[in-house]
Design a protein. Structure first.
Length: 608
């Protein structure tokens, strides 16, 4: 065992190690690793002794977010002092972001412009798209757009300390952002011109900052009150007594730290979604366990043999042995040797070749809805049969078409769905029905197909140009969603649940240092599709233990799992990071939609 030395390269750690514990047997401290530290730091600057501990981590700047910059090719932003200092050595008005996103509550943090380095450094909040395409307001140094609000526009000088106070209310109505320069309020923004900035917004907003050549920003989210030793520390805490700030935060505002974050509604995502691996044995009655709940949707994919690798989707509403395949337009098939039961800890499968071929390897993604229970829903103009789990934001909906544009179907989520997949179960007598997909980032005027590489299609025939509501989703009269009277359909509907599921979009940059996509949790499963391009649907999941995960499955193809170095993606504590130039996930300037489900909430994730 070597401590303080990287054995593979022989590089020694140049520093001090303190408070190291190695136990064999019973641990001395049972309440966690954050124990009293009666030590005097040796050779460590006093400003580095801050309150950021394993028990209450504070936000920092995110080195992975370089790839979100508008002109990221060749951009070099270096990070020091525990990722609280960012230094720009190249690029123009490129952004970096914080590690914690927010959309509720009141929050305060500070940034010190240590070195201007060029014109127009900005500080503020952003959505995932970063600091670009904004509308400048030269009167008060504010820049604003649909993707954020920043203070800058030439109004900042070296050594200025900027306080950012953001207050969110329900659905953004009445939300505000206030900037302070050296403790003097600059503006309180709610409306830019006649347009409300936050009203109706459902974005997750992330602390952000930009700079140019030589610019240096030092940040204090509550754990760096001296701004990396550049000034005397302040003594002000937030309203919960957390952190230390140079200037007093407004009353009721909090530091972005773990203790202040809301308790996740779903503390253990594994109770509602789970990935499981198994190797086929070719025997009937094979029991697949380790899921921890009774699944209602089981999506199986062979990873090995190319001969037996179709995607298999089973659900408890259609019933056991009923197969649909996401890579085909084929009708629902009955396989008596397919999945024969949904069990309390998994499922049982027979000898069906695509799900249990001897020695072939498989992955199964399992979602929990109503644990086998269904009910009739009459909220829409078409009655439906629904299995639902409102806590997890997931429902399986069976309905029969009427061919009428404007028909509605109840989903029983009690929340607005962000992602809906629909498949006609018996279409071959009237034509091949594709898998229709609604995604909130595309809206109800557009559709994409899960079984095809086609880009988005603009048509009212799928969703009738009508956004779903908290009770129903709308249909046009297309074969894929609502053919003439009497055809059976199945729909899988997901509403976004904070810390458990995320449905959004990001813009590729074509660089190996690709976008960092914020989810607010460590993903267990990510499905990605270029919105307007003709690439496949890429699946990344935690069934591969290596990280970055460079093995890919395609939802629209029967291909075996392939890699490495094709579509490298890191699954990290607050989302995922693209690390490839592959057009499958990172064409420069292209918009990608994604669906992600959690392995663990951000507050408990043990990832990068």
């Amino acid at each position: 065992m070597e401590i303080g030395r990287q054995s593979t390269s022989g590089s020694n750690f140049n520093g001090y190690i303190q408070d190291l514990r190695v136990y064999k047997g019973l641990a001395k401290y049972k309440g966690g690793f954050d124990v009293p530290k009666p030590y005097t730091p040796v050779g460590i600057a006093t400003w580095r002794a801050v309150s950021d501990t394993t028990a209450n981590n504070f936000a920092t700047l995110n080195p992975l977010s370089n790839g979100n910059a508008a002109n990221s090719g060749g951009v070099q932003i270096s990070y020091t002092n525990g990722n609280n200092t960012a230094t720009w050595s190249a690029g123009s008005n490129n952004a970096t972001f914080g590690t914690v996103g927010i959309n509720t509550g009141r929050w305060y943090w500070e940034g010190r412009l240590s070195t201007v380095g060029g014109s127009f450094p900005f500080i503020g909040i952003s959505s995932q798209s970063g600091i670009n395409n904004c509308v400048a307001n030269a009167n008060n140094g504010i820049a604003a757009g649909n993707n954020g609000v920043w203070l800058g526009n030439g109004g900042l000088s070296a050594d200025d300390i900027v306080g950012v106070a953001v207050s969110f209310t329900s659905a953004g109505v009445g939300s505000t952002i206030t900037f302070f320069i050296n403790n003097t309020a600059v503006t309180n923004i709610n409306h830019i011109g006649n347009r409300s900035l936050f009203d109706g917004q459902t974005n997750t907003w992330i602390p952000s900052v930009s700079g140019v050549n030589g610019c240096v920003w030092d940040f204090n989210f509550g754990q760096n009150p001296t701004f990396s030793g550049s000034t005397t520390a302040g003594t002000y805490t937030d309203s919960n007594g957390k952190g230390l700030f140079k200037y007093e935060p407004p009353s009721g505002f909090l530091a972005l730290c773990e203790d202040n974050l809301p308790t996740p509604a779903i503390k253990n995502p594994g109770e509602y979604f789970k990935t499981v691996l198994y190797t086929g044995d070719g025997n009937n009655g094979r029991s697949i366990t380790g899921i921890g709940f009774t699944p209602d949707l089981v999506w199986i994919k062979g990873r090995g043999s190319a001969a037996y690798n179709n995607h298999l989707l089973y659900d408890s509403v259609r019933g056991t042995t009923k197969i649909l395949q996401s890579n085909q337009t084929a009708d629902e098939a009955t396989a008596t040797t397919g999945l024969s039961s949904f069990d309390s800890d998994g499922f049982t499968i027979g000898t069906f070749e695509d799900g249990n071929t001897n020695a072939n390897t498989y992955v199964a993604w399992c979602w929990r809805a109503g644990a086998g229970t269904t009910s009739t829903n009459t909220d829409g103009s078409i009655n439906s049969v629904v299995s639902v789990n409102q806590d997890a934001g997931f429902s399986i909906v069976s309905y029969t078409s009427n061919g009428t544009s404007g028909a509605t179907v109840g989903h029983q989520l009690n929340k607005t769905p962000s992602f809906i997949i629909v498949k006609m179960r018996s279409s071959q007598s009237v034509g091949s029905a594709d898998w229709a997909v609604y995604h909130k980032s595309l809206g109800a005027t557009k559709n994409v197909w899960l079984n095809a590489t086609n880009g988005e299609n603009t048509s009212s025939a799928y969703w009738n140009n009508t956004e779903p509501t908290s009770s129903v989703f709308s249909l046009g009269n297309d074969l894929d969603t609502n053919h003439t009277n009497g055809y059976d359909y199945i729909a899988y509907c997901w509403a976004e649940i904070e810390n458990f599921s995320k449905f959004g979009s990001f813009v590729g940059n074509g660089d190996a240092d690709g976008p960092a996509v914020y989810c607010g949790f460590k993903p267990a499963f990510v499905l990605i599709k270029e919105a307007s391009g003709t690439d496949n649907w890429a699946i990344k999941s935690n069934h591969i233990s290596t990280n970055p995960n460079d093995f890919t499955l395609l939802a629209d193809r029967s291909d075996t799992e392939y890699g490495p170095n094709n579509t490298v993606i890191d699954l990290v504590s607050n989302g995922f990071k693209i690390r490839t130039t592959s057009g499958l996930v990172n064409t420069s300037g292209a918009t990608y939609i994604f669906a992600a489900f959690a392995e663990s909430p951000f507050t408990t994730a043990n990832a990068k």
